[in-house]
Design a protein around this ligand. Structure first.
Ligand SMILES: C[S@@+](CC[C@H](N)C(=O)[O-])C[C@H]1O[C@@H](n2cnc3c(N)ncnc32)[C@H](O)[C@@H]1O
Ligand code: SF4
Length: 348
């Protein structure tokens, strides 16, 4: 039996909604969903201390978020990441996780995961695992309680560390995400990495991105990862490896610890050529690129009809506008963010 598609097969319309291929032939298989823009922390690089949040009346309900995510799954998305704001502070969040987990059981989805600040994990880790979540990212920039408080403004490190314990005890694989902050945690990243690797967790370091007004000087926070890497290389042996997760991180293996270390360098490198992802906000706005303003409203087509056809059409139209890449610049003269919206709206 031939497994090569005949020209006739290719002419035939595919069953179900069309998969998502953008103008640069990138297949969109990864959706990040910001389920709330609210958070129990106020990290200095992410939010200002006095944030105004989206009006609650504008939020999609959990049922609408489920329908929106499921439409993307029907269109070929294989990986869903819930983020925020802090996803675990959205009321009823586990109802959404449990409901979305049906796509794991049917095989339509390869992975359901989330990025969290860890503050609520003692409460939710077991249930997440029970819903089929296998891996989570926990953001942690320092192990020093005072620095942690200074960075997060409102966070308590003990709760986060207890959350990481609970996640590992529940059998979740944890990856640590740390934002490199000049003069704040740059001297500590080696210790943080050794701690993470010692507990069997990979770590990724992230460059500060100029998103949203934060009452702070971006330039003062910005630390190119080339410098971080050079410093780490003085203490550790960083071995190039081919490991890729389909995302922007480039990984090395650390010979002394055996763990993996990722670098996400939006400012100094362009990682867009293999971009397979799009983002939706908790109000149903689709962003085709984290680093561009262009967006599409999916809430109106979602609410306009019980049929998913208008939604599929709106998604197709938006993906046809996915840009080739971002163009982040930290504006040195005006100290303006490159983009007005905060990371907590699109979820990073
Ligand atoms: C916006 S948070 C949302 C999920 C959750 N609250 C958390 O902190 O993990 C997602 C990730 O974005 C990172 N982040 C926030 N603002 C950033 C910025 N301006 N530049 C780079 N990373 C940022 C955070 O450190 C976190 O790892
Ligand atoms: S980085 Fe995450 S934890 Fe920190 S303020 Fe932003 S959304 Fe909250």
């Amino acid at each position: 039996m031939s497994i090569v598609a005949s020209p006739l097969d290719l002419d035939r319309p595919a069953a179900g909604p069309r998969p998502l291929i953008d103008p640069f032939a990138r297949a969109i298989t990864y959706l990040r969903v910001s389920v709330t823009d609210r958070c129990d922390f106020r990290c200095v690089y992410c939010m200002s201390e006095h944030m105004s949040f989206l009006p609650k009346a504008d939020l999609l309900t959990l049922e609408e978020l489920d329908r929106l995510c499921s439409a993307f799954v029907a269109k070929g998305v294989r990986k869903l990441r819930l983020t925020g704001g802090e996803p675990l502070v959205r009321r009823g969040i586990m109802t959404l996780v449990r409901s979305l987990s049906r796509h794991l059981r049917t095989g339509a989805l390869d992975e359901l995961t989330l990025t969290t600040n860890g503050s609520q994990l003692t409460r939710y880790a077991g249930e997440l695992k029970d819903c089929g979540v296998e891996r989570i990212n926990v953001s942690l920039d320092t192990l020093d309680p005072d620095k942690f408080r200074a960075i997060t403004r409102w966070g308590e490190i003990d709760k986060v560390l207890a959350g990481i314990d609970a996640a590992q005890a529940a059998g979740l694989h944890v990856k640590i995400n740390a934002v490199a902050l000049k003069g704040v945690n740059d001297d500590e990243l080696g210790d943080l990495m050794a701690w993470a690797h010692g507990r069997g967790m990979d770590m990724t370091v992230i460059e500060v991105m100029p998103l949203g007004d934060i009452d702070q000087d971006r330039l003062a926070q910005y630390l190119p990862l080339s410098i971080v890497r050079a410093r780490l290389a003085q203490r550790f042996t960083l071995e190039e490896i081919d490991y890729r997760t389909g995302g922007p991180a480039r990984y090395v293996r650390v010979a002394e610890t055996g763990g993996r270390l990722g670098f996400i360098t939006p400012m100094t490198h362009n990682f867009c050529e293999s971009c397979n992802r799009v983002r939706i906000t908790c109000t149903g706005t689709l962003y085709m690129c984290l680093g561009q303003e262009d967006a599409a409203d999916l809430r109106a087509p979602l609410r306009a009809s019980e049929s998913d056809e208008p939604l599929y059409a709106a998604i197709d139209e938006a993906i046809a506008r996915k840009p080739k890449g971002h163009d982040f610049i930290i504006d040195r003269r005006h100290k303006r963010p490159a983009l007005a919206r905060h990371m907590s709206v699109t979820g990073g």
